[in-house]
Design a binder for this molecule. Structure first.
Ligand SMILES: CC(C)(COP(=O)(O)OP(=O)(O)OC[C@H]1O[C@@H](n2cnc3c(N)ncnc32)[C@H](O)[C@@H]1OP(=O)(O)O)[C@@H](O)C(=O)NCCC(=O)NCCS
Length: 166
């Protein structure tokens, strides 16, 4: 097998590592590709500088060339309650388990920091995210009707979901 052939058949492998300030630019690019209202580098940087905010990024460990960031999660933990602030996985590598691994890392860290439960908000029409959160054991604890508005002015409901951190 030539080098090119082995490169083309290579199965991507990823590690999940803590997010740091140097990741903020790549994180904001992926955020912008994933959400209607993008957050800038500065917003991520200022969130991450807060003691109670933490995040993780996925990094391909067997890439020959530098690739765009495959995924990230950002969370906050205050007085026993944690919250997922945002999470995204590049569409190209979706449904390969990265969202699951990023969420597991965030929940583990939240528990280590003394979290007893973790909350998040999700658009009730976001089937991939709802599938992920339900599979992780999150349950609906509330809803906010008309909470999200897309670029065309249509509104949708935000579900508030919770999972106990055992
Ligand atoms: C939601 C998101 C983070 C999921 O990441 P992912 O890496 O694709 O998820 P995983 O591969 O870990 O999938 C875990 C589970 O989630 C569910 N899931 C993921 N993608 C799905 C899809 N397209 N349709 C239905 N269920 C889906 C499944 O239950 C899946 O388990 P399975 O593959 O064993 O059936 C990703 O789709 C994303 O970044 N979406 C855009 C940004 C976003 O909506 N973020 C959440 C805002 S609240």
């Amino acid at each position: 097998m030539t080098m090119l052939e082995s490169y083309l058949t290579l199965k991507a492998e990823y590690e999940i590592i803590p997010m740091d300030a140097d990741d903020c630019h790549a994180v904001s690019i992926l955020h912008g590709e994933s959400f209607a209202r993008p957050w800038g580098d500065g917003e991520f940087y200022s969130l991450l500088s807060q003691d109670n905010v933490f995040g993780f990024v996925a990094r391909q460990t067997n890439a020959f060339l530098k690739k765009p960031l495959p995924g990230f999660v950002l969370a906050r933990q205050i007085a026993g309650e944690a919250e997922i602030l945002t999470i995204a996985v590049q569409a190209k590598v979706g449904r390969t388990g990265l969202g699951w691994r990023l969420m597991q890392a965030a929940m583990r860290e939240a528990k280590l920091r003394g979290g007893e439960s973790i909350f998040l908000e999700v658009d009730d029409g976001n089937a991939p995210a709802l599938g992920l959160y339900r599979k992780l054991g999150f349950e609906k604890v509330g809803e906010r009707r008309g909470y999200y508005k897309d670029a065309h002015g249509s509104v949708s409901t935000a579900l508030v979901m919770k999972r106990v951190l055992r």
